[in-house]
Ligand binder design. Structure first.
Ligand code: PL4
Length: 405
């Protein structure tokens, strides 16, 4: 018999999002006529925009011609797309050969965990996107689960709450090899300021740590004074890797396209380039993002595509505003900075899963329980702004009417 991977056995519960779906389906079994609206999983709902669709269509049609057909491409991504990402998403402050396109930020998280292996120590924001912890557990990098503390031994949980303006207290944070940091943050929606990120970069530099900066929601940053990329910060090129995605800004959640940026200045202890090892990982376990999809990504980065991207984002941000307004009107304390598609609602003294269940059972609205993102998320639930407008309006109405919040 084959022994089970002992790291998988350390995972404490099923992955958060399938569990939410399971509970939604349980409600539907009980009440088959319930018109359930999901503001839970951050999943895009609006159709692809015309110009980007056209880009994908042309790419697909090209594949049906002798001249336009292409097979395997470079694992690192199409040269033209890498250059366009460097130019349009980073205003040229990074080089094209530092950008590696991929099938999405989540998949790159997993490959980064493979890159760093099982010998690294880790810090994560608490609360945070569960892939950082669960993926590190699977990679064997988290040590044992401490039942008393209900935490993993080898992880520093950086508490990010309203009390500290959702930014960790770096003065008390022990050194770790890796620091996962997501801004705009999932789930809190908080965006770190330039000053805060500078502190984080200086902290990483002092400790010779590497920051894994997840910028999957960077295009939702509306306030020009806030950084969209960690590479806007002096010194970041020596200490950070950035993950990003086309999923949320242009609805490529199902189409799949993202990228990871590894600067040439980033080195391991022995002086070798992290970028070279990332290149080795990508060329070994990845065979390149779909060529059709990469051409769709290129269409998204020309003038018309970028205009459509802004419209998509504005649409979801108006949803977010409506949710925030609805919660405010019934006196639910919630956090939304106007720079993210998530609203972080607080229910003092209550368990997140209880609030989740109450909203699901009474209003037939799916949210995400804050505790699923880490211990500091207890008492919160996350509302996602990804939804059709009518659904969002209806969900807000039901939450206001049906709940005894
Ligand atoms: C549900 C901070 C959503 N099944 O689409 P990708 O792989 O390029 O990006 C995934 C991703 C990366 N980084 C952050 C994210 O929040 C996400 C997507 N998160 C959510 O509701 O929190 C979708 C989750 C999906 C999943 O597990 O990723």
């Amino acid at each position: 018999m084959v022994k089970r991977n002992k790291n998988l056995a350390k995972l404490q519960a099923g992955y958060l999002f399938p569990e939410i779906n399971r509970r939604k389906n349980a409600l539907l079994e009980k009440s088959p006529d319930a018109k359930v609206i999901s503001l839970g999983i951050g999943n895009t709902t609006e159709p692809l925009t015309p110009h980007i669709t056209e880009g994908l269509k042309k790419a697909c049609e090209g594949m049906g011609t002798v001249g336009g057909y292409s097979g395997y491409g470079d694992e690192q991504g199409m040269t033209e797309l890498r250059a366009k990402i460097a130019e349009k998403m980073y205003n040229g402050i990074v080089d094209a050969d530092e950008v590696f396109t991929s099938d999405g930020a989540k998949c790159d998280c997993g490959r980064l965990q493979l890159l760093f292996g099982s010998e690294v120590s880790i810090a994560v924001q608490d609360p945070a996107y569960p892939v950082y912890v669960d993926g590190s557990v699977i990679a064997g990098a988290t040590g044992e689960y401490n039942k008393d503390k209900e935490l993993f031994d080898n992880i520093e949980y950086m508490s990010c709450t309203p009390e500290n303006d959702f930014f960790p207290d770096l003065d008390i944070l022990p050194r770790t090899d890796l620091i996962y940091f997501c801004s705009p943050n999932n789930p809190t929606g908080a965006v770190a300021t330039k000053e805060q990120l500078k502190k984080l970069v200086d902290f990483a530099k002092k400790n010779k740590s590497i920051i894994l900066f997840d910028a999957a929601y960077s295009e939702f940053v509306k306030d020009d004074s806030l950084p969209k990329s960690i590479f806007e910060i002096d010194g970041a090129r020596e200490v950070a890797i950035e993950i990003n995605s086309f999923s949320k800004p242009i609805g490529f959640t199902g189409v799949r396209l993202g990228w990871t940026l590894v600067p040439k200045e980033l080195k391991f202890e022995d002086g070798s380039l992290v970028r070279d090892d990332w290149n080795r990982i990508m060329t070994t376990v990845f065979n390149g993002a779909s060529n059709i999809v990469q051409l769709g990504g290129l269409a998204a980065l020309d003038d018309e595509g970028l205009k459509e991207m802004r419209e998509v984002i504005d649409f979801y941000m108006e949803n977010a505003r409506l949710i925030k307004e609805g919660l405010d009107s019934v006196g639910v304390k919630s956090y939304w900075t106007g720079n993210s598609p998530y609203i972080w609602a607080y229910f003092p003294g209550r368990k997140s899963w209880d609030v989740f269940s109450e909203i699901l059972e009474k209003a037939h609205v799916v949210t995400t329980p804050g505790s699923g993102f880490g211990p500091a998320g207890e008492g919160f639930v996350r509302f996602s702004a990804f939804g059709h407008r009518d659904d969002v309006i209806e969900a807000v109405k039901r939450v206001k009417e049906k709940l005894n919040l």
